[in-house]
Design a protein around this ligand. Structure first.
Ligand code: 3HC
Ligand code: NAI
Length: 710
């Protein structure tokens, strides 16, 4: 046996243990090790049953995701080696019991289902999360799962990729027994029960009573397809997963496996899986910060405080309460405090109505929030986050107040979206403790936390901020202190192009539709109406150096701002809105404003293709991203991608704007940017890094690798 898989005996039960930390992935050698264990058990006449178990923190968490890129690059052959090994397990004449703790995911669950029986600890989770990598199960998961839980449930699990707990899995028939004590001892005892029963081992592939009748299946699958098309808009793998599951009901097992393999390969070689896999690893890469080792001491966070109970402060407060951390909430007056608290309660109640929280949970969370009007109440907080209006003088005043009361060693964070962290920090006597914690609206929902490092920020403060993001169930991305940081600095050119396209003849709804179809969560003009036309206008007017006088004016938004059309909050912006309804409605009044803007700017209106809309907006993101990367305000291209996927709803299946640039080809992007510069003006000047990579025929991913020395 290998180091990866060990073989021991407990009397008449052989124990095969997978030992491939950290998550017991099915890396090369693991499936072969399991097969060797099965062979050995089969040949040993003293062995009457087998237990398969994982060592360390989990059972098998799936195929080794690193291997997929080797297959798509041609380095490794298209390998379906796991399938015959799973058949070997299933064909073993002695009962094989799979013992699950941690997670049995993807190929891990497929291995478990090839065993004759499954037992699990109550905290175990199982699932086929391949669609979250743009894939489908590739080792008969779509064929064995329906035989255990039925076609509809299998389709739902494979298409959503959601994990389920052991108790639910047991109810569905996926787990045979929950083991509350020692897992291995429980599994061995269960195996002995099977030996004693004398019944032949139960082969999953031979179970057919749960496959249902075609008519009922068809109706259920149609409904799941409909839901998936909405939820995973633009993605192909969830639909492929459903079709593969459907094949289980229509075809014999072996034929079904062939069908699954066809779909699997198609998914594996798609840009969708490339993008989703990059997002999976990207989320983990951003947690690794050069110069800040993982053993950097952390500030212990037991209590928190938030200053400002507005839109963002309220959401940030909820994040802490949701994580079980007591939080003091400070406002300027009782009225603002009451309003903030009422919004928080309202949000919790809405979640409760959807069945996602119980009354008791709501009460517990609200009880963790201590409202105050007095800065002195912040004195015990380990972390204080400021979320007052976006105004430098006010932020400095608030930080000076915080500095007066905060205990030594407290982490001081600002939620500013554009202001200079160093200048804010200069209002305190401890700039090394100050950092940006830039949340995205709604702060209690959006997964991104942009963490802005100041010139003097201590390593401990950065490391603690990354740890806090994890505790708050966010993805923290460390960025540098430039105007707008990464997220908003890139957002500017994106929004600029959306507006300019409209002045050039594209209808607002066409611009939004093109980007929605591209996969963005919302079109840019609808986003502008949501965030506030006034907010964008103020930002632009306060950052004059970024918007030189000879730049093409933002005529349309200037007009909207002057008319008080601030977006959803005033019932009208680029679109108009019915009371209590967030659906954007095209407005003939705005058409007039657009025509006026075009006239004033001497802009000839023309018909604009969808492709140009996407190029103009998304290439603007890429060009600015390249500049940010070269200037060192993002650590890696992948950090920018994660910012956009989790902060702005950029489609994960495209990997983020930088990977999308790589997919299109940086030469093509660069050539178009050069054309746009000629057609429109200096604000389209290509970023030097984009030019360099395009000329060298390289990608942002290669740039990341070269800089990391990998
Ligand atoms: N392959 C390779 N590496 C993996 C991996 C996998 N399947 N799963 C996790 N890792 C790595 C992570 O990249 C991370 O590496 P790092 O320390 O260098 O950053 C390390 O293992 C630990 O992972 P996490 O930080 O994510 O640890 P958590 O404890 O937070 O989460 C987990 C554990 C729930 C297992 C989570 O890692 C996860 O969801 N993994 C992916 C599971 C998955 O998608 N499986 C399906 C794979 S596809 C498949 O099986 C195809 C099959 O049908 C043929
Ligand atoms: P808001 O206007 O909703 O809330 C600001 C709150 O701060 C108000 O309730 C106000 O009473 C309070 N406040 C003002 N001075 C105070 C003081 N001295 N002490 C305590 N409270 C005080 O503003 P919003 O939108 O929540 O923005 C707050 C910060 O978050 C800004 O810096 C903004 O740039 C940033 N931000 C906003 C986002 C958004 O989408 N709204 C997204 C990300 C960051």
């Amino acid at each position: 046996m290998s180091d990866l898989v060990s073989y021991t005996k407990d009397g008449d039960v052989a124990v095969i243990t997978v030992n491939n930390p950290p998550v017991n992935a099915l890396s090369p050698g693991v499936p072969e090790g399991i097969a060797a264990g099965i062979d050995k058990a089969q040949q040993d006449s003293g062995v009457k049953a087998v237990v398969l178990i994982g060592s360390g923190r989990t059972f098998i968490a799936g195929a080794d995701i690193n291997e997929f890129a080797k297959i798509t690059s041609g380095e490794k052959k298209r390998d379906f080696g796991l399938l015959p090994i799973l058949l070997k397990i299933e064909n073993c004449p002695k009962p094989v019991v799979c013992a699950i703790h941690g997670t049995a995911l993807g190929g891990g669950l497929e291995t478990a289902m090839a065993c004759h029986y499954r037992v699990a600890v109550p905290t175990a989770q199982v699932g086929q999360p391949e669609v979250k990598l743009g894939l489908i199960p590739g080792a008969a998961g779509t064929q064995r799962l329906p035989r255990l839980v039925g076609i509809a449930k299998a389709a739902e699990l494979c298409a959503s990729g959601e994990l389920i707990g052991a108790e639910q899995a047991a109810k569905l028939g996926l787990i045979d027994k929950i083991i509350t004590g020692d897992l291995l001892a429980g599994a061995v005892a269960f195996a002995r029960e099977k030996i004693a029963s004398g019944e032949p081992p139960r082969k999953t592939r031979e179970i057919s009573n749960r496959l249902g009748d075609p008519a009922a299946n068809a109706a259920a699958l149609a409904e799941i397809k409909k839901q998936v098309s909405q939820k995973a808009r633009g993605m192909k793998s969830p639909l492929a997963a459903i079709e593969a599951v459907e094949a289980a009901a229509k075809l014999p097992f072996e034929e079904g496996c062939k069908k699954e393999a066809e779909f699997f390969l198609k998914c594996l070689f798609s840009d969708e899986s490339k993008g989703m896999i990059q997002t999976f690893f990207g989320e983990r890469i951003v947690a690794k910060i050069p110069g800040i080792p993982s053993d950097t001491p952390l500030i212990e966070i037991k209590t928190a405080a938030v200053v400002g109970a507005g839109t963002m402060g309220g959401g940030i407060t909820m994040n802490y309460a949701n994580a079980g951390i007591p939080v003091v909430l400070k406002e300027v007056n009782q009225q603002a405090l009451d309003r903030g608290l009422a919004t928080i309660r309202g949000n919790y109640e809405a979640t409760m109505k959807k069945g996602r929280l119980t009354q008791q949970q709501v009460n517990e969370r609200v009880a963790l929030i201590r409202p105050t009007l007095d800065y002195n109440d912040l004195k015990d907080a380990d972390i204080i986050t400021e979320a007052v209006f976006e105004n430098m003088a006010l932020k400095k005043q608030v930080f000076a107040e915080i500095d007066n009361v905060a205990k030594p060693g407290a982490l001081l964070a600002s939620n500013t979206s554009t202001l200079n962290i160093d200048e804010i920090a200069s209002a305190t006597k401890r700039p090394e403790m100050v950092i940006g914690h830039h949340y995205f609206s709604p702060a209690n929902v959006m997964k991104l936390l942009e963490i802005v490092r100041g010139a003097k920020t201590k390593k401990e403060v950065i490391a603690t901020s990354m740890a806090v993001s994890k505790r708050l169930r966010k993805t923290g991305v460390l960025v540098g202190n430039c105007w707008g940081f990464v997220a908003n600095r890139m957002f500017g050119p994106y929004m600029r192009e959306a507006e300019f396209l409209v002045e050039e003849g594209a209808k607002p709804e066409d611009v939004d539709a093109a980007l929605y179809e591209f996969g963005m969560a919302m079109g840019p003009l609808a986003v502008g109406d949501l965030a506030g036309i006034d907010v964008g206008w103020k930002v632009r007017n306060e950052a004059k150096d970024r918007f030189p006088a000879d730049m093409r004016p933002h005529r349309l938004t200037d007009k909207l701002y002057a008319l008080g059309r601030y977006g959803q909050k005033t019932g009208a912006g680029v679109y108009r809105y019915e009371r209590g309804n967030r659906t954007p409605i095209p407005d003939p009044e705005v058409e007039k404003l657009i025509a006026e803007s075009a006239r004033e700017g001497n802009i000839k209106q023309r018909k604009i293709r969808k492709e140009e809309i996407v190029e103009r907006t998304v290439y603007a993101l890429i060009n600015e991203g390249a500049r940010i990367l070269e200037e060192g305000y993002a650590l890696r291209a992948v950090d920018i991608d994660i910012v956009y996927v989790y902060g702005f709803g950029f489609p994960a299946y495209r990997g983020g704007p930088m990977l999308y640039g790589d997919t299109v080809g940086l030469k093509k992007v660069y050539d178009r940017v050069c054309e746009f510069e000629k057609q429109h003006g200096f604000w389209w000047k290509p970023a030097p890094l984009l030019k360099k990579l395009a000329e060298e025929g390289k990608t942002f991913a290669q740039y990341d690798k070269e800089r990391a020395g990998t």
